[in-house]
Design a binder for this molecule. Structure first.
Ligand SMILES: Nc1ncnc2c1ncn2[C@@H]1O[C@H](COP(=O)(O)OP(=O)(O)OP(=O)(O)O)[C@@H](O)[C@H]1O
Length: 373
């Protein structure tokens, strides 16, 4: 680890294919022992970034440092096998003709401790009894655990995981991702994951970078990405929610159709500015009696809770999570109240009409237009 506790640094990193820049001026610092994640829509450059870190793609701008040592810059790069980076791929990529033990020990053939290390790692991934089996005799989840043990055997400085759970489904996927986090944390292993699954990103990682069109929108904790999104894109890509139009009354209060809402900070916009206020389903709760009424237009039963889509008197739509025993029918009018600790506000890109509600897609289109202007 370098003296500042950072294991991986991407500084103004750019890379691409031929003349096409795919990833542009990325700044990411991963602390030693942390699990980072690159998250974003298909084609935003997640895998390209991971491959650049691994040394499979040259960089066209900026540089990458691992453990205080520069490993990539334009025209110069340390070969992948000399980077001390382990990789786990979506398709496991195990050697079919080698036993589980030999797969795990493959990268440490000359290590006198090989047997001991292999045993320890197989125990770590809960496959101690499977050493003599071949990959085709294992389930998908077990094969991925072997791949993880194999990647950890040479004691890498950093582990890269490219969509490691996407060949698995449902419950197994959720369980294995939690297990992998526990394994990495128990050994203090630094890792960077690529996924397009937000739940997976949140359950595995300490920090998540949201990419859009090869640019980093925000590198932050899952909590902050959800509650303090830095851009309208992050606000819409992460979690659920609707924007309603508002007007800033003072640095921390906004007039909206749901009344005056006080935020948790001073917003850097002049009083009177038109703003778009993000309301997540957990920012609106049921309350009876309440002068604030909304009509239920949609209902999704989620088990412990129910997600309701609500229409406000002005026609705007918001969503709200109710405890599931607080059961209502579509068409019913319910009392609500705002319970937003973290009020997320962006400068509105349209008219100052407080009651106008922009569809999210339009907010994003406006943002795109502003970016390319
Ligand atoms: N070998 C290649 N040659 C040329 N273009 C490529 C190559 N690999 C990827 N690209 C392009 O680079 C862009 C980013 O691809 P990348 O695989 O990094 O995206 P991603 O975010 O990982 O997407 P996904 O979630 O779909 O895997 C895409 O437009 C893709 O078409």
């Amino acid at each position: 680890m370098s003296s500042n506790g950072i294991v991986l640094e991407l500084n103004q990193l750019s890379c691409g294919y031929g003349d096409t820049t795919v990833v542009s001026q990325l700044d990411i610092h991963l602390r030693a022992g942390d699990i980072g994640c690159l998250l974003g829509p298909s084609g935003c450059g997640k895998t390209t970034t991971l491959r650049a870190i691994a040394g499979f793609e040259p960089v066209t701008g900026g540089h990458i440092q691992l453990d205080g040592r520069e490993i990539s810059r334009p025209g110069q790069q340390v070969p992948p096998e000399q980077r001390q980076i382990g990789m786990v791929f979506q398709d496991y990529a195990l050697f079919p003709h080698l036993t589980v033990e030999d797969n795990v020990g493959f990268g440490i053939n000359r290590d006198p401790q090989r047997r001991k290390v292999v045993k320890e790692l197989l125990d770590l991934v809960k496959l101690g009894a499977y050493g003599k089996r071949y990959p085709h005799e294992l389930s998908g989840g077990q094969q991925q655990r072997v791949a993880l043990a194999r990647a950890l055997a040479p004691d890498p400085k950093l582990l890269l995981l490219d969509e490691p759970f996407s060949n698995l489904d449902g419950e197994l996927r959720r369980r294995l991702s939690a297990e992998v986090r526990e394994i990495l944390k128990s050994r203090g292993i630094s890792a960077m994951l690529v996924t397009h699954d937000q739940n997976e990103a949140f359950s595995v990682s300490d920090h998540v970078g949201v990419l859009k069109d090869g640019k980093l929108q925000q590198w932050d904790t899952p909590y902050n990405l959800y509650h303090e999104p830095a851009t309208p894109f992050v606000a819409s890509f992460i979690g659920q929610g609707y924007f309603i139009r508002g007007q800033l009354l003072s640095p921390d209060t906004v007039q909206t159709e749901l009344g005056v809402i006080r935020g948790n900070r001073a917003y850097q916009l002049p009083a009177g500015s038109a703003v778009d206020v993000l309301l997540r389903p957990d920012d609106i709760v049921g309350q009876e009696p309440s002068s604030l009424k909304a009509v239920i237009t949609g209902k999704t039963f989620l088990g412990a809770t129910t997600l309701y889509r609500l229409q406000l008197p002005t026609g705007s739509t918001v969503e709200s999570i109710f405890p599931s025993h607080d059961d209502h029918a579509v068409g019913e009018s319910v009392g609500i109240r705002i319970a937003a600790d973290h009020l997320v506000v962006f400068a509105a890109r349209g008219s100052v009409n407080v009651h106008a509600q922009l569809p999210l897609e339009q907010v994003l289109d406006n943002e795109n237009a502003a970016e390319s202007a």
